[in-house]
Design a protein around this ligand. Sequence first.
Ligand code: ADP
Ligand code: ASP
Ligand code: MG
Length: 621
Amino acid sequence: MLIVQKYGGTSVGSVERIVSVAQRVSQAAKAGNSIVVVVSAMGKTTDGLVKLAAEISKNPCRREMDMLLSTGEQVSIALVSMALQELGQPAISLTGAQVGIVTEAEHTRARILHIQTERIKKHLQEGKVVVVAGFQGISSTNALEITTLGRGGSDTSAVAIAAALQADFCEIYTDVPGILTTDPRLVPEAQLMSEITCDEMLELASLGAKVLHPRAVEIARNYGMPLVVRSSWTDDPGTWVTSSQNKERSLINLEIARPVDNVQYDTDQAKVALLRVPDRPGVAASLFGEIARQDVDVDLIIQSIHEGHTNDIAFTVFTPVLPKAEAVAAAIAPVLGSHKTNQAEEAEVMVQQNIAKVSIAGAGMIGRPGVAAKMFATLAAAGVNIQMISTSEIKVSCVIAAQECDRAVAALRQAFEIEGEEKGDKGDMGDKGDKGDKGQFIPMPNAQCPMPHAPVRGVALDMNQARLAIRQVQDRPGTAGKLFGLLADHNISVDMIIQSQRCHIVNGVPMRDIAFTVTRMDAEAAQKMLQAKAAEYGWGEVALDQAIAKVSIVGAGMVGQPGVAAKMFAALAQHHINIQMITTSEIKISCVVAQEEGVKALQVIHAAFGLAGSEKFIVPA
Ligand code: ADP
Ligand code: ASP
Ligand code: MG
C-alpha cells in the first residue's frame, strides 16, 4: 500500500521523539508499504521564528516571512531522514521546491495548485521512504519563490500529496488520540470519536478545532482521500474522517478549482423576527426553549448585535409550522419586553411569508472570501435583495423574497458553472428543506452517516476572532456584494454575517446595521479599509470589538431535530453568559460571547450535550 503519514510539531519535538517516529515509519515500510512522510517543524519552532521576526519588524514583508518560516521544516525532514537511515531504512528528505509543490504566489497563505509526483515516485521505487517538508511550496517551477500555506498547513501538504499520489490513505499523527468532541486541553472529559464526516470536520476545523487544518479536510473530501487522525504515542486506531465524494477530479488547480458543487433552494420557508428583545442572558433560551416544547424545528437563527439595550432575533421555519412558531413568539414577546422603560422599547413580532432560502454548497467557503462575495454580487446583479445571510465552511445561504427564487437560482447556477438538471439541488447532509421536484418534500438519505448519531458531535471554541459592525448600511441589492467584495479583494475571510432586522428610514432609504466576524489578525486592517470607504458608500460608523469569543456546536444529526439550539442557549443562560450574536447553518450553531467567558461557554455547552466521557485526557506537554 502507498501511505502518506504526517507528523506534527510535538511528534517531532525532540531527538527522542524523532527516533520514535522513525521507528514507526520504518515498521510500516518493513511491512511492505511505500511510505511518504510529511513533517512539521520541531515543537514550537515556527512560533519562535514568528517572534524573532516581530522583534525586527512590526510588519515584516510576507516574502521574507516565508523564507524564514519554511526553514523549520527543513530541519525536521533532515533529522527524520537521518533517524530512518540510522535504523537501516533507506530514506531521503525533500523540500517543497525539490518535490515540486507548486502554489499560488500568495506569500504566507498560498493554496496548492499542483504537485509533481515524479521525483517522489522515483525514490519510492528505489525502496526509500520519502520525507517531505510540510507547510511549504514554490510559486512556480521557474521562479522558485518559496511560499507557505498558512499556519497549521502541514496537514494540507500531507493530504494534497496523498491525493496527488493517489495514495491508499493519509494518516495524521499528532499529540492527541484522534478527533475528540472538543479540545481536551480545555475540557479533559472530551471523548474520542471513531469517525466523523468530512462536512462535520470541515465545520469544526473552520470554527476553531485546530486538530486538522480545514483545507486538509477540504482536499480529503474533494478527492475522496481516506484520512485518519491518530496518536503518535500509541497504536490506537484514532478517528477516520469519512467522505462520500467521488474521486473524479482533476489534480490541476488542486486547491482552487470549483469550491461550489451545488446550488440549492427551498421555497417553503417563513421568517419570524422579534425586534427589540432585551440584551441579557436567557432571552434566546426562553424563546427557543418554548419553541422546542412546541416541537417546532427552526432552520436558520440569527441574533444581531445590540442596538441600545436590545437585540433582534430572527429565525426561519418550514411554512406549515409557521402558525405555531408565530404563536410562541407572540406569547413570549410581551414577557421579554416587560422591563421596558418606554413604548419604543417594546418587543415586537414581525412575520414574513413568501421567502425562500437559496444556498451554494461545497467546501471551503469561509476560507475563500471571494466565494460568498461572488454569491452576493451575483444576487445583486440579478436585482435580488438579501434579507438574511448564513455562512459556514460548507454552505452560504441567503434568505430572499420567494418570487425572486427562480431568478436567483438561475443566476447562481450560471455564476458558479453548475451543470446538469436543476433538480440536483439536494443537500449531502440530509437537508430537510431542499427540494428535488418543485414543492415536494424529499427526505434525503444520509450517505455519509449510516449510523444514527447524537445531534451534536463536537463543540469548538475560536478565541482568535474579532467583530466588525457597520452602522446604517443601505438595505438594497448590492450592499452585501460591495462590502464583502471589498473584503475579498483584501483576502479577508468573513464569518457570522448578520444584518439587523430592525430598519431605520433615513431620507427615504431603509438602513440596517451589518455585523460580521473576521480573524483578529485581519481586524484592524479590515476596519481601516472599510472606514476609508464609509463616506463614499454612505455607511455610518465602523466599530471593532476584539474581546469576543465564538463558541459553536456541530453535528449532521441536528438537521430536523427541534430543541438543539434551545439546549445550547439554555446552557449559556444557566451560567449567566450573555449571547452577543447568533448564527446558524444547517449543521452548526455559533454564538459570540465575551472573550473572558469563552472557555466557560465551551465547557458548559459540552456538558449540556452529554458529550463528556468517563475518562480524562491529559495531553502531553
Ligand atoms: P500538530 O502539531 O500535530 O499539527 P496541533 O497542535 O496542530 O498538532 O493539533 C492538535 C491539537 O489540537 C491538540 O493538542 C488539541 O489541543 C487541539 N484540538 C482542538 N480541538 C480538538 C478536537 N476536537 N480534538 C482533538 N484535538 C483538538
Ligand atoms: N510549522 C507550521 C506551523 O507551525 C506548519 C504546521 O505545523 O502545520 O504552523
Ligand atoms: Mg496542526
